[in-house]
Every structure is written in structure tokens, then in C-alpha cells.
Design a binder for this molecule. Structure first.
Ligand code: BES
Ligand code: MN
Ligand code: ZN
Length: 500
């Protein structure tokens, strides 16, 4: 899909469809849309009334123009109330219009100008481009007849003065959206294709493209480092594990941030086998690792003064003959011993060693991202990820970045009692306790491996994959991964790089 910025009046731009936004209540048309309506002999207003269009956010109405203006169709999209129009409003509306265009199998879509300037135009253009790319997204690699045909998108500008800001917004939107698409594609790949070995190969390719140093440890290297918690999970599978390290080091970094992703290419539960309903979507259990690859694909173009170390712990959790067993005790890389009380609480075992590894590098802070607990879905529903951590500044900065990126992060507490609950009678820690507060207990367990570094944990189990219609949205299609976290983390890193 290619984007172009075009200075041209709405009525004379030839395209399959022109998207125009209308605020709520859409009782009367004004500005450029009114001019368009006049060119259509009030046809726009008439169809909108007939369809009962109110301007509710994301609603769309299609009007054919029968040659009276250059665009063949107008897609009117609701923007919601004018007050409180945010980047997320623009992203959602752009996605809704784009989906409508994709459903009609159109090839050439245009958008009416945004009535903004400078920094705000840049931000909203970024959001619009993200909405278009992510709204058009479909995972169609394995389909003989792909649906998505949109090849060209034009963003109309009111005049030349909008050019610079729109250009920058376009570049940033493209960068962030493509990084999100990479994470979606990786997560949507089935587990028979995307094994830990294959994920490591993809990381090497991404790193080569983006100019990063990428290394991957296999069973031998992991064993030498004492990563026995991660290896315990891998033992039940025929697939070898990989610890993938992607390093972006700019010329003179001011800080180093480690981003650690849970990369269970499949989570069967192990001997504590999941029920089939719960297992069905468990190819998604590497969405955290996919987000790390997505972030790293764009990091060199996003930050110039921060070193970022992306770590993806890729393992498959299976109940093979050598599988870890309830009651097993393993020693993690940092020397702490863990009683394995539930083989389905495997993410924290894998992350224990990945976090200990990160803490051993010279890093200023650690962020992990993981589809860690079903309990996070119970607590929050399907519209926010959980955030927990030891550093209030980091947690709040991430929450704000999420707001800007259109990805909600909701805090959960890390009470001392949760840490108490994760203590074992026979080892230092156990990997599961009672079901109550499982996201908090999971985080309390992880905290033991962060070496006292400022740390935040994103539990993205609620939002990483849209299994139900309930969790879907204009740019979150049902049956697909979302790439959640990529844009939040890039936004966070960009702010850290250039505080505004
Ligand atoms: N991968 C799952 C969590 C999950 C659930 C992710 C639903 C995405 C959607 C994780 O490994 C798991 O099985 N967690 C257990 C933890 C429990 C055994 C302490 C859970 O949430 O039930
Ligand atoms: Mn599990
Ligand atoms: Zn899991």
C-alpha cells in the first residue's frame, strides 16, 4: 500500500472513494463537506438523513457520486463529538472508513484534509496513517484468494503550509504501523510454521534490515548460563528453545532500556494440559516476543540517544516424554530455586531467566511484555492490558504512552502479600498459587528476577489476540493478533529520547 500527500480540492480528486469525517451531531454540513454536498445537488445530506447518520464514531455511510464529482464514492465516517477529539478518534475513524473500502474491494482511497496545523497535524496524520494500515490489515498469507486490494491512499492537504507536518506524520505513522503489522503477522503465523528456531531466524532478518546486532542462544548456550527455568519449559517439546537478543546501540547513548517478550510459540499447558477451548488460540502466546521484534524493527528510526536491548524468549510448552512435572524443582539463572507447581504457569519460568539475563546487562530499566495470565482477562475484560511494576515513573510514563498510542494500560497492585503467596515450602519460590489475583501473583514472581532494576510488566493476555467479536474494533479484526504494545513502547521510547 502506498501513500501520497496531495494538495487538491475534494471535488476534483479522482479516486474510488473519498473519506470525509463528520462530527456528532451531524445535523448540518459545513466547510469543504458542504461544498461537496452542493456539487452533489444536496445528495450527501439527503442520504445521511435517510440513513439516520448521527456522526457516531466509526459509523460509515457510502454515497455514489455518478460522475458529478471526481471521486466515484464518498465514504462519510462519524467522528463522534467534536470536543475531545483525540489521536485515537482519528485513528478509529480512518480505520472504519478503510475497512469499508476494503470490504468493497476498492483499490484507491483518499482522505479529506485534517483542519489542523504543525505539531497537532503531525500527530493526527500519524494516527490517521496507523488507522488506515491497521484497518486494512488481514492475515491472508495462506488464502488462495486474498480480499485486501487497497493499493493507494491519498491524504489530501488544505494547502502547501500543511506539507511539512503531514510528511513527518505520514513517515511516523507508516513506521509505527508497519512495526505493528510485523508483530501481527508473526503472532498470526501458526505454531507449526513459527517455531522458536524460525522466530530467531526472523529476528536475524529484521535485525539485518534495521541495522541491529542480533544473537540467539540455543540449548547449549542457555545451559551454560544456567537458564534452567526456561529449559525446564522447553524439555517437553521437540522444538529447541532460543533466547533472542536484539541490540540497538546508537553513537553515545544516555540510557539503556531492556524490553523482554514472552515467546511461547505454543502453550499447550504442558502436563497440566489446557482444555481444548483454552488451547485453541495458544499460538498467540508469543505476542510479547512479536511485539519486541516489532519495536526493534523501528527503533533505529525512532530514537537516537537511547540504547534498546530487545530480548525474546522463544520456547514451546508441550507435554512430551521429557516434560517438566509438577513438583520438579529448578534453579534459575539468578540462583533462585523454583518449585514447579503448575506446568501451565510456564511464561513466568521462561521470563524468570530472560529477566535475570536482562538485569545482568548494563541496563537502566526493564520492561517486559507477556500474555501471562487468563486472570488479566477476567479482571479487565478485553479492552485494556494490565500494567504492574516497581517504578511509579516508568509505569505512569508507559500508561501515558499507551493513551497516545490508543492502547489502554490499567494498573494492578503489587502488594507484598502477593510475593508472600509465591513462596514455596521446599524451594525459594513456587510458580503458581491459588487462582485469586493471578496477574498480581505472576508479576510478584517475575519481580524476583529483575535484580532490583526499575521494572514494569505489561500483561497483554486480554488484548493480544481478538478471539471474540466483543474484543474487536475498527483496527482490531476478529480472529487476528493486534500487535498490542508495539506502538506504546515506540511512543514511550520516542518520549524518552526527545522529551517534549
Ligand atoms: N498463556 C497463558 C495465559 C493466557 C490465557 C494468555 C489466555 C492469553 C489468553 C498462560 O501461560 C497461562 O496458562 N496462565 C495460567 C496461569 C496459572 C496456571 C497460574 C492462567 O492464566 O490460567
Ligand atoms: Mn500457560
Ligand atoms: Zn502461556
Amino acid at each position: 500500500m502506498e501513500f501520497h500527500l496531495v494538495v487538491k480540492p475534494l471535488t476534483s480528486h479522482a479516486c474510488d472513494a473519498l473519506a470525509v469525517g463528520l462530527h456528532e451531531p451531524a445535523s448540518k454540513l459545513d466547510g469543504p463537506v458542504a461544498a461537496l454536498d452542493r456539487a452533489l445537488d444536496r445528495g450527501l445530506q439527503q442520504v445521511l438523513s435517510e440513513e439516520g447518520f448521527t456522526g457516531r464514531l466509526g459509523r460509515t455511510v457510502v454515497v455514489h457520486t455518478h460522475g458529478r464529482v471526481a471521486p466515484r464514492r464518498i465514504i462519510v465516517v462519524g467522528l463522534g463529538p467534536e470536543r475531545g477529539r483525540s489521536a485515537e478518534t482519528v485513528r478509529t475513524a480512518a480505520a472504519a472508513a478503510t475497512r469499508r473500502a476494503v470490504e468493497m474491494r476498492l483499490r484507491h482511497l483518499a482522505f479529506a484534509p485534517l483542519p489542523e496545523r504543525e505539531a497537532r497535524l503531525r500527530l493526527l496524520t500519524q494516527a490517521r496513517v496507523e488507522g488506515v494500515v491497521l484497518g486494512a490489515y488481514r492475515f491472508e498469507r495462506y488464502r488462495s484468494e486474498p480480499v485486501q486490494a487497497l493499493a493507494r491512499v491519498d491524504l489530501l492537504l488544505a494547502d502547501r503550509s500543511q506539507q511539512k507536518a503531514a510528511e513527518r506524520g505520514l513517515a511516523e505513522g507508516r513506521l509505527f504501523a508497519d512495526a505493528t503489522v510485523l508483530a501481527r503477522d508473526l503472532t498470526n503465523e501458526p505454531a507449526n510454521v513459527l517455531t522458536p528456531t524460525r522466530l530467531a531466524e526472523r529476528a536475524a532478518e529484521v535485525g539485518k534490515e534495521a541495522g541491529l546486532r542480533v544473537t540467539a542462544l540455543g540449548p547449549g548456550g542457555l545451559s551454560r548460563l544456567g537458564m534452567n527455568a526456561l529449559l525446564a519449559v522447553a524439555r517437553g517439546s521437540a522444538e529447541e528453545p532460543r533466547l533472542i537478543v536484539m541490540d540497538y546501540t546508537p553513537a553515545s547513548p544516555r540510557r539503556t532500556v531492556a524490553i523482554v517478550g514472552k515467546g511461547l510459540t505454543f502453550d499447550s499447558g504442558g502436563l497440566d494440559l489446557k482444555r481444548s477451548e483454552d488451547m485453541a488460540t495458544m499460538k498467540e502466546d508469543m505476542a510479547g516476543a512479536a511485539a519486541v521484534l516489532g519495536v526493534m524493527s523501528a527503533v533505529a528510526k525512532t530514537v537516537k540517544t537511547i540504547r534498546v536491548v530487545g530480548i525474546a524468549a522463544a520456547v514451546e510448552n508441550m507435554p512430551g516424554p521429557a516434560a517438566m512435572k509438577p513438583g520438579d524443582i529448578v534453579k534459575a539463572m539468578n540462583g533462585k530455586t523454583i518449585e514447579i507447581t503448575n506446568t501451565d504457569a510456564e511464561g513466568r519460568l521462561v521470563l524468570a531467566d530472560a529477566l535475570a539475563y536482562a538485569a545482568g546487562q548494563r541496563v537502566n530499566e526493564i520492561i517486559d511484555i507477556a500474555t501471562l495470565t487468563g486472570g488479566a482477562r477476567i479482571a479487565l475484560g478485553l479492552h485494556a492490558a494490565a500494567i504492574l511494576g516497581t517504578d511509579p515513573r516508568l509505569v505512569e510514563a508507559l500508561r501515558q504512552a499507551g493513551e497516545e498510542a490508543g492502547e489502554r494500560l490499567w494498573p494492578l497492585p503489587l502488594y507484598e502479600e502477593f510475593s508472600e503467596a509465591m513462596k514455596s515450602k521446599v524451594a525459594d519460590l513456587r510458580n503458581s498459587a491459588s487462582r485469586w489475583g493471578s496477574p498480581e501473583k505472576g508479576a510478584a514472581f517475575l519481580k524476583e528476577f529483575t535484580g532490583g532494576k526499575p521494572w514494569a510488566h505489561l500483561d497483554i493476555a486480554p488484548v493480544a489476540f481478538v478471539d471474540l467479536e466483543e474484543g474487536a474494533g475498527p483496527y482490531r479484526p476478529q480472529g487476528s493478533a493486534t500487535g498490542f504494545g508495539v506502538r506504546t513502547l515506540l511512543t514511550y521510547l520516542r518520549r524518552l529520547d526527545r522529551p517534549s
